[in-house]
Design a protein around this ligand. Structure first.
Ligand SMILES: [Zn+2]
Length: 685
């Protein structure tokens, strides 16, 4: 089956070569890749570099009513959405229904068939609701929870097929804490989120009443109380980052002993995993408490919770009352977005978006089908060649820096260098994308499409769990505007990411090094950050650091962490230096590595002056441009508790003040707000 997909891939790519040409002669921003009109040169660079680089843009830009943030990256994503939209419209009109294009087009058409969606109301989830109502005991509900990956059910424990971190050639079944409908445990427990929590309870009540649930308001109070108790037992986001503490391999018998009374065999049956004997339990101490809570919670509460979550997960695909209630709570009240996106944009997301953000967007997507169509049309071989060269230079610079790092001992250094050498950098699209063979997509059955696509993906995951790990696999779609550093010692830069302001093949190299170069460096250093450094050159969980080097690293990281914890993106709202540690280290390291790579690329010649800017100045401005953006306050509040990335203005400011070259480039002086004494500047990579 996979072989057939491979040929199909080639076929699409070949068509592209003969039919499409993407012009890349002139840069997207300004005449050499930087939008000079965005700057506010009345602000001193050391006073607020973000405003210096982007102040005029910040002043003139309004956040659109259907967005919680506007940024150049958001505009980049919007452009991709529009491109995918055109492709899906064309696929629906012309493609053979048996092909990948035909399936993507039919899925899109099903979402766009608003009249049918409205006429059906909540009927499409009748099957799930009947199964919940028919459940006679907790074991029956545990079986439904086991099905959570293959449809709309929720679960207090997540189940997935992951790479075994102690044997990276094999897959393992992972179990994680789950069950929360709000973005993070803090929303249940911190008084500062009381408004959001009571809005959530109203939302639960609203969906239950739309389902015709008896005493929906009382039931909603029970659901939120149940989740609040789960939240108390749950590990924090920062604790979940610990790869050592979250690796607890056990047998089914040991798991049963840890969580007395919880029907794991029914759960695993539901997941079609039978009596799987080896399980990696993540938040071990939370499991026993959450399982005990489940045993003591009345069946009626558990059923209401499951019914609500099914409706919540399906709401995007149901009639207006459901979709509107979900928008009102999840996008408006939680994220501050005033109005909903047009239906065609939601349709594009439903068919082919990555699982970022809310859980429901993970369902129903046949994203790799869209990806194959997308790259065939929009990713040029020239872009691929240019970015591959840039990647090689940044990797070489990282190698060089590791060789000369003064705080690292030779033992740790040689392990670090061999780890760096094993990294695969993947660009554009995967070599073996999903085939979706046998998946039925119907233009008249939206919710069924979502369910069948989720089931197909789960079957794919569990079907290969005894195979050797496929190192060519991707965990992100080609059309996604993002990048990642994965468990296969792979760094992935999808086609959707490699566009302005991240990468522009027609821009001045300093701009590209400051933007995508620093992001490549960012991903490389993730392999050595507080989390990544616990994995060795084989990608396995093993401590390869000398105690002294680990102490050096921790001290430097702590110093950087306390800088970030002192930042207030909104009055009284602080960044969590612990939660954002890995990303902040990666931003700082990425910029240092990319700056070195840029200097090496000049081959000993001085960088040209362009419009009066030096090469190093353009490099730092390229970084600031890549992160140019304006979020709503609620977006920031949401971000600081739930996102390991710092708010973007501090992604700009935070690393630069630790880099000597930035002081030299812009003449930053001791009286400037973001000046740091050389002794206070953190140097890690
Ligand atoms: Zn990162």
């Amino acid at each position: 089956m996979r072989h057939i997909a491979g040929s199909l891939w080639v076929a699409i790519a070949t068509t592209w070569l003969t039919t499409t040409a993407i012009a890349a002669d002139s840069p997207h921003f300004g005449s050499w890749g930087l939008d000079l009109s965005a700057m506010d040169t009345t602000v001193r660079p050391g006073e607020d570099f973000n405003r210096y680089a982007s102040g005029a843009w910040l002043a003139r830009t309004e956040i659109p009513a259907d967005k919680s943030i506007i940024s150049l990256r958001v505009l980049q994503s919007d452009a991709i959405t529009a491109q995918v939209h055109d492709l899906l419209e064309a696929a629906h009109a012309h493609a053979d229904p048996a092909t990948l294009e035909g399936k993507a087009g039919a899925f899109y058409a099903a979402f766009m068939d608003e009249a049918r969606v409205e006429a059906l109301g909540s009927k499409p989830i009748d099957g799930e609701l009947a199964a919940i109502n028919a459940a006679r005991d907790r074991a029956a509900l545990a079986r439904l929870m086991g099905q959570s990956q293959a449809g709309f059910y929720a679960s207090i424990f997540g189940v997935s097929v992951d790479i075994d971190l102690k044997n990276v050639r094999a897959y393992a079944i992972s179990l994680t804490q789950g069950g929360l409908g709000l973005p993070d445990r803090d929303y249940y427990l911190e008084p500062s989120f009381a408004t959001q929590k009571s809005a959530y309870q109203a939302y639960v009540g609203k969906l239950l009443s739309l389902l015709g649930w008896q005493h929906s308001e009382i039931a909603a109070a029970g659901v939120v109380e149940f989740e609040t108790r789960i939240a108390k037992f749950s590990w924090t986001e920062a604790e979940q980052r610990d790869l050592v503490k979250t690796y607890n391999a056990m047998t089914l018998a040991q798991l049963n002993a840890l969580t007395p009374g919880f029907a794991w065999s029914a759960f695993l049956d539901g997941a079609a995993l039978g009596a799987e004997q080896r399980l990696i339990v993540h938040e071990k101490s939370a499991f026993a408490k959450i399982a005990a809570l489940y045993q003591s919670t009345p069946l009626s509460v558990l059923k209401a919770w499951q019914a609500f979550t099914v409706a919540d997960n399906a709401a995007v695909y149901l009639s207006e009352p459901f979709a509107a209630a979900r928008f009102e709570f999840r996008d408006h009240q939680l994220l501050g977005q005033p109005i909903e996106q047009p239906r065609w944009q939601r349709a594009v997301r439903a068919v082919g978006s990555d699982c970022h953000g809310e859980r429901t967007e993970c369902f129903g997507n046949i994203g790799y089908a869209v990806g194959q169509i997308y790259v065939a049309r929009y990713f040029s071989p020239e872009s691929k060649a240019k970015i591959e060269a840039l990647v090689r230079n940044v990797k070489a610079a990282m190698h060089e820096r590791l060789e000369h790092l003064n705080w690292m001992s030779e033992t740790t250094r040689s392990e670090a260098l061999s780890k760096l050498d094993t990294y695969q950098i993947k660009v554009g699209y995967p070599d073996h994308p999903r085939t979706y063979a046998g998946l039925e997509i119907r233009a008249d059955d939206l919710v069924g499409d979502v369910r069948r696509a989720a089931q197909w993906e789960w079957n794919f995951q569990i079907g290969r769990r005894h195979d050797a790990v496929d190192r060519s696999d991707w965990f992100m779609l080609p059309q996604t505007n993002d990048a990642y550093n994965g468990p296969l010692r792979d760094i992935v830069f999808p086609a959707g990411f490699l566009q302005p302001p991240v990468f522009d093949p027609a821009a001045d190299p300093a701009i590209n090094y400051g933007a995508v170069g620093a992001m490549i460096g960012h991903e490389l250093t993730h392999g050595f950050d507080d989390k990544g450094r616990t994995l060795d050159a084989k990608g396995e969980l093993r401590d390869w650091w000398t105690a002294q080097d680990a102490a050096q690293f921790r001290a430097r990281a702590a110093k950087l962490g306390s800088q970030y914890s002192s930042y207030e993106p909104l009055p009284g709202v602080h960044i969590n230096g612990e939660l954002t540690m890995g990303e902040n280290i990666a931003d700082l390291g990425g910029l240092n590595v990319a700056l070195e790579a840029y200097h090496r690329s000049l081959n000993g010649q001085p960088a040209p002056l362009i419009d009066g800017f030096t090469g190093d100045q353009r490099f730092f401005l390229g970084w600031a441009q890549a992160w140019r953006g304006k979020p709503r306050d609620d977006f920031i509040r949401h971000q600081v508790v739930s996102d390991p990335h710092s708010p973007r203005m501090f992604r700009v400011l935070g690393p630069l003040r630790n880099i000597d070259a930035w002081y030299d480039a812009f003449g930053v002086k001791a009286q400037d707000h973001y000046y740091l004494d050389p002794a206070e500047r953190v140097r890690i990579w």
